[in-house]
Design a protein around this ligand. Structure first.
Ligand SMILES: [Mg+2]
Length: 172
């Protein structure tokens, strides 16, 4: 990637990037469903559709409302695009302002970290000035920081985040 020339720089737009699951949305009620996916009894697409019953994290919603006054809120989620309509409806219902949203499509067959890094680099290459990324999953946070992004890592306070627990995290 090359540095933007002055003329191109004028076209850059400032964005704050938000993860959804476990950052803005409390996904705890879906975790048992994730077990079914891992057991081959359901799909990740079906798991994503469970988002209709997510509870919001009020602090994250408030932050989206604050950053919306200064920047464009860009949602980058690993949630499957099959849940697009549900997600748009939920964001409206919870008064979470956003300008753009990127969801996982069949063209994104990558692991979570790779998917998000790739999407963020594309966003930057397309002229976005990424002011801040809000993300809950440490491996993604580490990978984005390694690419030079400034990231605020939030903690959804899930049981599986307890280092004493052997449960996997579904927070992506
Ligand atoms: Mg997440």
């Amino acid at each position: 990637m090359t540095e933007a020339q002055p003329a191109e720089a004028e076209n850059r737009y400032q964005v704050v990037v938000y993860d959804l699951d476990s950052t803005v949305c409390d996904t705890r009620h879906r975790h048992e469903f994730a077990d079914k996916v891992k057991a081959g009894e359901a799909t990740w697409e079906e798991y994503s559709l469970q988002c209709v019953d997510d509870k919001p994290y009020p602090g994250a919603i408030k932050l989206m409302q604050i950053t919306d006054r200064l920047y464009r809120n860009y949602i980058l989620t690993g949630r499957d695009i099959v849940a697009w309509d549900h997600t748009v409806k939920w964001l409206k219902q919870e008064k979470a302002p956003w300008h753009m949203m990127r969801m996982r499509t069949p063209e994104d067959p990558y692991p979570s970290v790779e998917y998000k890094v790739k999407a963020m680099l594309e966003l930057r290459d397309h002229g976005a000035d990424v002011v801040l990324v809000i993300e809950d999953w440490p491996p993604i946070v580490d990978a984005l920081e390694a690419e030079g992004f400034t990231v605020l890592c939030v903690n959804p306070r899930y049981e599986e985040d307890n280092p004493e627990s052997d449960k996997p995290s579904f927070g992506v």
